[in-house]
Design a binder for this molecule. Structure first.
Ligand code: SAM
Length: 272
């Protein structure tokens, strides 16, 4: 694919290595910036980029997509609620190991870990035997981790939630809905880059060994070599029989790397 602007020029102006990004994602982001800056050609945009630090920062910002939703993929969450989480709970009971360990590896503003915590709390209420769980929620963007930790959302961000869940898990202060402390108490938020070569998982989790890892809606931003690094990192820290979840549109990437889909179209995988 022909690049609108050479990686070297972007990297030099923006001060970050953009070679890790997928070419078509990079081109789309560049095209958007070209339109928004009213440049009449890629060449004109390249010149602007070389002269303007402000534009370089805007371009970097446009490469970091933080969009998320509560219960983002209906099918995935429904299979999680009805089949996967109950089977993990049963396995824990049978092995006398009580704590379920989960990692959401690109948690953005927190919608993903809070959705999982809601499911686990609801299952806990229906279970005769108790179980504990810990969710490690990380992202490489510090402002997103802070947002997730605060757990404050406007009404339109809650569209994936039914009224019962909104009433049960949020306190309303004017326009803002805040996640209740009882939903936060089992979630550990931290900044962690999936390309960190020193640690295999967020240091707070100490030894990985997760029953479930969610790594959704970020693989397609990266080139195949970097996708492979992320799949390896998240796959390697699964407990035996653990599950890896991606976004709906990333299913092919996991299958290419030896993972098998547990239920067709569900984006829930095991490394068989
Ligand atoms: C589109 S959001 C997806 C959020 C959530 N997983 C979901 O599916 O709704 C992508 C997130 O991945 C994070 N991200 C991208 N590259 C990352 C990396 N190398 N390490 C950790 N997080 C990363 C971004 O900061 C962003 O918050």
């Amino acid at each position: 694919m022909k690049k609108l602007v050479d990686n070297e020029i972007i990297s030099c102006s923006a001060g970050i290595d953009v070679s890790k990004y997928d070419d078509s994602f990079l081109n789309k982001s560049l095209q958007k910036r070209i339109t928004e800056t009213h440049c009449d050609s890629a060449e004109a945009y390249r010149n602007l980029l070389e002269q303007s630090k402000e534009e370089a920062l805007k371009l970097i910002d446009s490469l970091n997509i933080n969009y998320s939703e509560f219960f983002r993929n209906t099918l995935t969450y429904s299979v999680l609620e009805r089949i996967i989480l109950p089977s993990i709970i049963l396995k824990k009971k049978n092995t006398n190991c009580k704590e379920i360990r989960i990692w959401t590896a690109a948690c953005a503003g927190g919608q993903e870990p809070y959705s999982l915590a809601m499911l686990l709390e609801e299952l806990k209420n229906g279970e005769s035997q108790r179980f504990d769980y810990r969710i490690f929620a990380s992202d490489h963007t510090e402002s997103q981790v802070n947002k997730a930790r605060r757990g404050e959302y406007t009404e339109d961000a809650l569209s994936g939630l039914n009224l019962k869940r909104i009433k049960q898990w949020f306190t309303r202060h004017g326009e803002i809905y805040s996640v209740k402390p009882e939903l936060k108490k089992n979630i550990d938020f931290s900044v962690f880059d999936l390309f960190n070569e020193q640690f295999s998982a967020p240091p707070a989790s100490i030894f990985g060994d997760f029953d479930l890892v969610v790594c959704a809606n970020l693989l397609f931003y990266y080139n195949p070599g970097y996708r492979k690094k992320i799949v390896k990192k998240t796959g390697d820290c699964l407990a035996r029989g653990g599950y890896l979840i991606t976004g709906e549109t990333e299913r092919d990437i996991l299958m290419k790397h030896g993972f098998s889909e547990v239920f067709s179209q569900s984006a829930i995988f095991q490394n068989i």
